[in-house]
Write a protein that binds this ligand. Structure first.
Ligand code: BG6
Ligand code: MG
Length: 224
């Protein structure tokens, strides 16, 4: 039986993905690295420090900065990101998410946030949706970030469910890879080619519903 839904945050609950992109693009420009939308796809779902490492490798700057300098660059990016998101309100919740959270609550399913973002609790406060969730996995508490399965396994545990009793919702290739590595069925939002590993890809969050989640979960677990 489907017992829990494990939600990515950025790009699923709200469109912060565009603000992460702008903040990395500007930091990249300062470092002389062009972060365009195509390269940004590779940063989605990836932790702050891992994103910086990928940008530095992409720009041929892998060995240029010390650990302390990299931490300072991450702080700079995050300060800019926090400036960009501070005006967010409940109006920024993506279409279909609130009705889905209501449906989950009524049906007694658990909802867990499995985001790589250290800013997740603050963003959920801005969106005023924190009460809909039964837990938030602290990304600092897991050994390896997405695409490793750790955060989704921790999410299942937090829900008191087995991985096979959960479904994950993601917008990033690294996130879908992480869900599948945890042996959890995956629904992805976005480009079907980029997210081909998912059990179902929806064009938009407004296509999400408990019925769609259940149907996807049932088909994905039918042979398991
Ligand atoms: C993910 C985003 O949800 O969180 C990434 O898709 C981001 O773009 C990562 O780098 C970490 O977020 P934060 O808020 O801790 O820098
Ligand atoms: Mg995301």
């Amino acid at each position: 039986m489907l017992k829990a839904v494990l939600f990515d945050l950025d790009g699923v609950i709200t469109d912060t993905a565009k603000f992460h992109f702008l903040a990395w693009r500007d930091l990249g420009a300062e470092l002389g690295v062009t972060v365009d939308e195509a390269f940004n796809e590779e940063l989605k779902g990836v932790s702050r420090i891992d994103s910086l490492e990928r940008i530095l490798v992409f720009g041929g700057l892998a060995d240029k900065y010390s650990t302390a300098e990299k931490e300072a660059l991450c702080t700079k990016k995050n300060d800019h990101y926090l400036e960009l998101i501070q005006e967010m309100t409940p109006a920024d919740i993506l279409p279909g998410i609130l009705p889905l959270l209501e449906e989950l609550r009524e049906a007694g399913l658990k909802a867990i946030v499995t985001s790589a973002s250290k800013n997740a609790p603050g963003i959920l406060e801005l969106l005023q949706v924190k009460d809909y969730f039964d837990g938030i996995v602290d990304p600092a508490s897991v050994a390896a970030g997405k695409p490793a399965p750790d955060i989704f396994l921790a999410g299942a545990e937090l829900a008191g469910a087995k991985p096979a009793e959960c479904i994950g919702v993601e917008d990033a290739a690294s996130g879908v890879e992480a869900i599948k590595a945890a042996h959890i069925p995956a629904i992805a939002i976005g480009d079907a080619e980029v997210l081909a590993q998912a059990d179902r890809v929806l064009a938009d969050t407004s296509d999400l519903s408990l019925a769609v989640l259940r149907d996807t979960w049932e088909k994905a677990t039918a042979n398991g």
